[in-house]
Design a protein around this ligand. Sequence first.
Ligand code: UT7
Length: 307
Amino acid sequence: MIGKIYGTGIYAPSNIMDNHTLAQKVDTNDTWIRERTGIVRRHIIEDDTTVSMASKAAKEALETSQVRAEEVDFTLVSTISSNIILPCVACEVQKEIGAVNATCFDLNAACTGFLFAYNTAQAYIASKIFQTVLIIGAETLSGMVDWTDRNTCILFGDGAGAVVLKGEEGGLFSTVTHSSGKQGAALTCVPGGYIKMDGHAVFRFAVKEVSQCIQELLEKENLSSEDIDYFVLHQANRRIVESVAKRLETDLEKFPMNLQEYGNTSSASIPLLLNQMNRSGLLKKGNKIVMAGFGAGLSWGASLLEW
Ligand code: UT7
């Protein structure tokens, strides 16, 4: 059995902070941010929380999947920015949406979180423990950045994305994942503190390891990048996506992006992008997609799926 994506949903706060507004808070400017990152604006919570955004994205994903909340037997939330420690976000979402039959827990793998959550769901589905799975990436990074640190605050945004997976015979799933704790100092945050990042180190790591990891995955499956319709990368920096496309000698058109709209939303970035591709009609049945995540840990990975 392989989990097939039945539907997607998102929630992004309506409050938008563009680069010009941000430049009034910290010493930066729109041109620099656009040229160095591709980001134009980000959505920032006002009244929402990680839990409320996760719940709204989950409701939309269930609706578009035509799956009732009671049918969900596993809810997995990827987040590093919960507004509560206990209970976990997944249990709060369960309460909110009425997924009374679901087993619920959270996963913390930063910007690789959605990818690891997807793989976890696939493992449970393959072993026939769960069959209908709701996975959510939800982040309020606006509360974790130092708004005086232009090295980090220009990058991040808030949002949530969800997908519903149901077990089916056939389909495609394969993955290659890695972690390297010894490089962890490049991207850290202590309780109550702010995200601290060695931007150059993370940039170099992302370009090198993500390209290699995707290549590893393609070789494992005896595929070439020409066989892949879309590469859905974690949305951290336009230049990272461009560099990975170049290393894979693949047309940038196969690398959709929405970081211009949301900034880096950590584990929400891949489901936000998948939803956009899905709703815009870009995705066709049978499309082969490689999703790739990378970030704090350091951790990274790539997974192959068929739409
Ligand atoms: O989710 C995964 C986590 N994070 C990432 O993937 C981020 C990876 N890293 C990056 O995206 C980039 O390293 C950054 C966007 C963080 C920084 O971009 P950069 O091209 O590496 O810039 P830089 O740090 O090399 O700085 C270049 C110049 C410097 O000025 P001088 O020394 O050349 O005069 C900086 O002081 O740009 C200056 N600068 C800025 N200027 C305006 C740095 N940040 C800013 C800023 N606004 N926000």
